[in-house]
Design a protein around this ligand. Structure first.
Ligand SMILES: C[S@@+](CC[C@H](N)C(=O)[O-])C[C@H]1O[C@@H](n2cnc3c(N)ncnc32)[C@H](O)[C@@H]1O
Length: 285
């Protein structure tokens, strides 16, 4: 789920532009408050809950395909396969790719007794993958709609799904967590949110605990903040299109230090791509 790449594959045909108009309308109808809370509209958890169980997975996958966060990469494939085949293929692809990410970046730091936080869990593919390697997963996301979808497609007895309501993390006990991971989240949040999240990670970690966190490293000039535009159109864009924030390494390191964390290692996620995505391994200072 590498959101920055998503737009590149879209096909500029006539039928795709009408699809894209419908998609835009659906994004507006399903996004909640504050901005960027995709699938955060108040009715989505209710809709998922009242849907009979045998249709729930299909509904969840259809909802996920609306948000710019999930399933975007393969939009072009929608032109060539049936919708249900496309959604099932995306479900399988996500399960596999998130399993590989957990196996390479997270599993080496776990024991079967670990208590783990999945921060910004989205549809729960990472939580599902990690759940067989640890005791308990607390999977947290800002969107209650995506949490409803995660429960429908990635439920496991040792996963607790929670909606981040602004004080969810503060309700969790200090120094109680062995490992916290966060993929494809910090590159979508503003600096002040990023700093607050890192401070909470530092508070929640046990003294020898670890944080595995993805950042997009970029020059200051490559930083993209849609809301820099002051026009009405700019404000609309900032609410409904995906915010992507690349940060200079020095700034990320400063955030890490200010949060009382220290950097252990840094590894490129896709070295052959040279696209700036890095996994940071952190521990308490
Ligand atoms: C691109 S998705 C990544 C999902 C998952 N981490 C993965 O890699 O498969 C980003 C997720 O972060 C969530 N998110 C954004 N800001 C957040 C915040 N401040 N706290 C918790 N979750 C947040 C979004 O709702 C979205 O589900």
């Amino acid at each position: 789920m590498n959101s920055v790449k998503l737009e590149k594959g879209s096909m500029k045909t006539q039928s795709s532009s009408s699809t894209s108009l419908l998609r835009k309308l659906l994004i507006v109808l399903t996004t909640g408050f504050p901005d960027q809370k995709f699938l955060g509209a108040f009715y989505i958890p209710f809709l998922v809950e009242i849907t009979p169980e045998r249709f729930r997975k299909s509904l969840a996958l259809n909802l996920l395909s609306i948000s710019p966060h999930y399933f975007g990469q393969f939009r072009a494939a929608e032109q060539t396969s049936s919708r249900s085949a496309f959604l099932e293929a995306e479900h399988q692809r996500m399960s596999l790719s998130r399993q590989q990410l957990i196996d390479t970046k997270v599993k080496p730091h776990l024991t079967s007794e670990s208590t783990v936080i999945d921060h910004g869990c989205g549809p729960g593919y990472l939580a599902n993958a990690v759940s067989s390697y640890c005791r308990q997963v607390i999977a947290i996301d800002i969107s209650d709609g995506v949490i409803a979808c995660a429960k429908a497609i990635n439920a496991k007895p040792n996963i607790i799904y929670m909606t981040e309501t602004g004080n969810t993390l503060s309700k969790l006990e200090s120094s109680s967590i062995d490992l916290i991971y966060s993929f494809a989240v910090m590159l979508h949040v503003k600096d002040e949110v990023c700093r607050t999240i890192l401070e909470e990670f530092s508070r929640l970690l046990k003294p020898q605990g670890k944080v595995v966190c993805e950042f997009l490293v970029a020059d200051a000039s490559a930083e993209e903040l849609v809301e820099k535009a002051n026009s009405i159109l700019g404000k609309v864009k900032s609410k409904y299109t995906l915010r992507v924030v690349g940060r200079p390494l020095k700034r990320i390191e400063q955030f890490i230090r200010d949060a009382g964390l220290k950097l252990l290692t840094l590894s490129e996620n896709e070295p052959e791509e040279k696209n700036g995505y890095y996994t940071f391994l952190l521990t308490r200072e």
